[in-house]
Design a protein around this ligand. Structure first.
Ligand code: PGA
Length: 257
């Protein structure tokens, strides 16, 4: 992993609805990627776990495979769970952790996210750690407090040397799945809070080096506003990653920047 590169992650969430559709999606993605070079950018696709092997088998040029979640234990009687070690063993290299939908629907808190993050790193995967405030928290002026709490809880006990395997994604909850986009100033504010917090927990050098992504309603027409600031290192794309044309276009815009 080279964290000097930019990163564009497609979070397919619980889509598409069948393996036939997933195959079609891969066909389209392959077609869109054909003839395009990505010199500065890593592209990662995180499909539902049942399609992961299909993605790996395609060996798409410039595309790495990731997962949307892992469990923190290595193995054992944990019905329905998948370990980071298993993910690593099939050849995937990235895992999303701390996504707001996992926090909201599955009750994941900082303690759980911290356990998962440690398992991801211990097993040699790269983590895409999501943080972000709700609309209510923003209105109450609690953005800074929330981001700091999420970062310090999620990153507790992580060795500074592991930071190069972590990309922090600022995903304001009010922008996920809504078509609401933060202003450049709001992103700048979040970026400063995140970098400052990393500097406080680790060091100024760590804050400078860590990859910082934006996530939440990324469309190609908004890429400039949310991802192209020189201090941003890419994006986490939800719905638009299902549209291979849009996804590749977004990745290309970030790579060309
Ligand atoms: P969205 O999702 O792009 O559909 O808003 C982003 C995400 O949840 O990662």
């Amino acid at each position: 992993m080279t964290n000097s590169k930019k990163l564009v992650v497609g979070n397919l969430k619980m889509n598409p609805v069948s393996v036939v559709e997933f195959d079609r999606y891969l066909d389209m993605l392959e077609k869109e990627l054909k003839g395009k070079e990505f010199e500065k950018t890593e592209i990662v696709v995180c499909p539902p776990i049942v399609y992961l092997q299909k993605l790996l088998d395609r060996k798409l040029k410039n595309v790495k495979a990731g997962v949307q979640d892992v469990f923190w234990e290595y193995q054992g009687a944990y019905t329905g769970q998948i370990s980071a070690g298993m993910v690593k063993s099939v050849g995937a290299t990235f895992a999303i952790v701390g996504h707001s939908e996992r926090r909201k629907y599955f009750g994941e808190n900082e303690e759980i996210i911290n356990l998962k993050l440690k398992a991801i790193l211990k097993n040699g995967l790269n983590a895409v750690l999501c943080v972000g405030e709700s609309e209510e928290e923003r209105k109450k002026g609690q953005t800074s407090q929330v981001l700091k709490k999420q970062l310090s809880g999620s990153l507790a006990g992580i060795a500074p040397g592991k930071l190069e395997y972590i990309s922090i994604t600022y995903e304001p909850i009010w922008a996920v799945g809504t078509d609401k986009i933060p202003t450049s100033d709001e992103i700048l504010e979040a970026k400063i809070i995140i970098k400052k917090t990393i500097a406080e927990i680790f060091s100024v050098r760590s804050a400078e080096k860590i990859r910082l992504l934006y996530g939440g309603s990324i469309h190609s027409q908004f890429v400039e506003q949310v991802c192209l600031d020189p201090a941003m290192d890419g994006g986490l794309v939800g719905r638009e990653s299902l549209q291979s044309y849009e996804f590749v276009k977004i990745a290309k815009m970030i790579d060309d920047n």
